[in-house]
Design a protein around this ligand. Structure first.
Ligand SMILES: *[C@@H]1O[C@H](CO)[C@@H](O)[C@H](O)[C@H]1NC(C)=O
Ligand SMILES: *[C@@H]1O[C@H](CO)[C@@H](O)[C@H](O)[C@H]1NC(C)=O
Ligand SMILES: *[C@@H]1O[C@H](CO)[C@@H](O)[C@H](O)[C@H]1NC(C)=O
Ligand SMILES: *[C@@H]1O[C@H](CO)[C@@H](O)[C@H](O)[C@H]1NC(C)=O
Length: 418
């Protein structure tokens, strides 16, 4: 008896010892075990025959291809992640869409998520919150349940939530949600949860390097020195996301009528005038204009700026070739990064693109301990040019991180805290 107990104790010691040695080599392993794993059939027998062994099996959620603009795609992706989180499942890495087509579904070029954002980085930053898996992780593809989300007026927020709760109990390996793009799903999560997912989205190195090239060109233009290498890294710049395309103008006029809000559309002149009234800008200041490509032919976006503001778009900056190599989605991701890193950002509070940039800038300030960037002297301020602020300038803009859903950011709002 004694010797058996001894052997057992030794064995246990041996196992613990190796565990202690091996675990630090795979830092995520412990967390991985804790998350998303469904331990099925935990055997109570000590001498477990092989079929009685603990079989750990991960459960997955599959979603339809994610479509539309970069930022609608980011929101849709985050919504898919949060749905998977609620159902205690790992999200199978979805395809994004490289091209921007709204109707012709067959023209939506699928592009894997990990061609844009770093897969492993995502899982390590979001560890314990949400998790992405590969299709090759699925043990048995035929063990899949197709879940049809409801639609129409009768399919309320509550019914949608009930359905998700009900299927959280489902033990099938893969739940595949059919039908609508996740952007159109009901939203059950607070702004903070979305922000957490967005924080885990880090561009792949090749795209980040392209954005870096553009940012350095902008800063170089803004430094008055000939010795560009010296000064450019810290030369501040302003980015303005100018929405002036014809289809946007039609859309925003309609929105103004429908919602009875007059501060949605801004003309070129209004934008220039409001930016000119921002206090505390250096003279001269370089202004990067993030505009749609079809406006690059219209030189008038570069004319009419106040003396001291030096406007550039891709073409005048000489970076068109950096962009033109890439698909719509990547071009948009580069522009997003350039606006995100600007010292001052001015956008339209009814644009998803602008709204997500301000959300990330707000997060960055909160991380630095700033809880209220409505004060005029805070670093990295953001503004909404479509809303009149102090001294005829644009309104200071900060995201309401306590929002109970992403509604305001998804569809635009003129409630922007400051
Ligand atoms: C993603 O797109 C590729 C084609 O680029 C396709 O082969 C693959 O099946 C797609 N994956 C999903 C999950 O739709
Ligand atoms: C895969 O799943 C299907 C459906 O649940 C089941 O009939 C089949 O036996 C499974 N195959 C294996 C190898 O587990
Ligand atoms: C999901 O996981 C959480 C925490 O691990 C647990 O509290 C909850 O009961 C699980 N839900 C389902 C349906 O398994
Ligand atoms: C629109 O708003 C204005 C004031 O903001 C109000 O006077 C007017 O009655 C509103 N019209 C409609 C149709 O709601």
């Amino acid at each position: 008896m004694k010797s058996v107990a001894c052997k057992c104790a030794f064995l246990v010691f041996f196992v613990l010892f190796f565990r202690a040695i091996l675990l630090p080599m795979f830092p995520n392993f412990g967390d991985f075990q804790r998350n998303n794993l469904d331990w099925i059939h935990i055997s109570s027998s000590v001498q477990a025959p092989s079929e009685d062994n603990r079989v750990k099996r991960e459960k997955f959620l599959e979603v339809p291809q994610i479509v539309w603009g970069l930022n609608n795609q980011k929101i849709a992706f985050a919504r898919a992640c949060l749905t998977a989180r609620m159902m205690n499942r790992t999200l199978l890495m979805p395809n994004l869409s490289a091209s921007l087509f709204y109707k012709e579904i067959e023209l939506l070029q699928p592009i894997a998520f990990d061609k844009i954002f770093q897969f492993d980085r995502f899982n390590s930053l979001c560890n314990g919150f949400v998790r992405l898996g590969h299709f090759s992780d699925v043990f048995n593809r035929s063990n899949t349940f197709e879940l049809q989300k409801g639609s129409g007026r009768k399919w309320t927020l509550e019914r949608d939530l009930d359905q998700l709760k009900q299927f959280s109990e489902e033990s099938v390996e893969v739940i595949q949600i059919m039908g609508k793009n996740p952007f159109l799903w009901h939203d059950h999560w607070p702004v903070k949860d979305y922000a957490k997912v967005f924080e885990c989205l880090v561009l792949v190195e090749e795209i980040a390097a392209e954005a870096e090239k553009v940012v350095s060109k902008i800063r170089a233009r803004g430094s008055n020195s000939d010795d560009v290498a010296d000064v450019s890294a810290t030369t501040p710049y302003v980015a303005v996301h100018m929405r002036l395309e014809k289809d946007w103008m039609i859309h925003c006029k309609k929105l103004e009528q429908r919602s009875n809000i007059s501060e949605i559309c801004s003309s070129k002149e209004e934008i220039m005038s409001r930016v000119a009234h921002i206090g505390g800008l250096r003279d001269p200041t370089i202004v990067y204009l993030a505009v749609a490509d079809n406006l690059l032919e219209d030189a008038s976006v570069l004319n009419g700026w106040k003396k001291g503001l030096l406007p550039f778009e891709k073409k005048k900056l000489g970076v068109s070739d950096i962009y033109s190599k890439h698909s719509y989605l990547i071009q948009s991701a580069i522009d997003y990064e350039v606006c995100l890193r600007a010292d001052v950002f001015i956008g339209n509070s009814f644009s998803t693109f602008s709204s997500l940039i301000v959300l990330e800038r707000t997060q960055k300030l909160i991380r630095l301990g700033v809880t209220n960037s409505c004060n005029s002297d805070v670093r990295w301020p953001s503004y909404a040019y479509n809303i009149l602020g102090e001294s005829e300038g644009p309104k200071k803009w900060m995201t309401d991180m306590s929002g109970l859903s992403l509604q305001a950011i998804s569809y635009g709002s003129n409630q922007i805290i400051c």
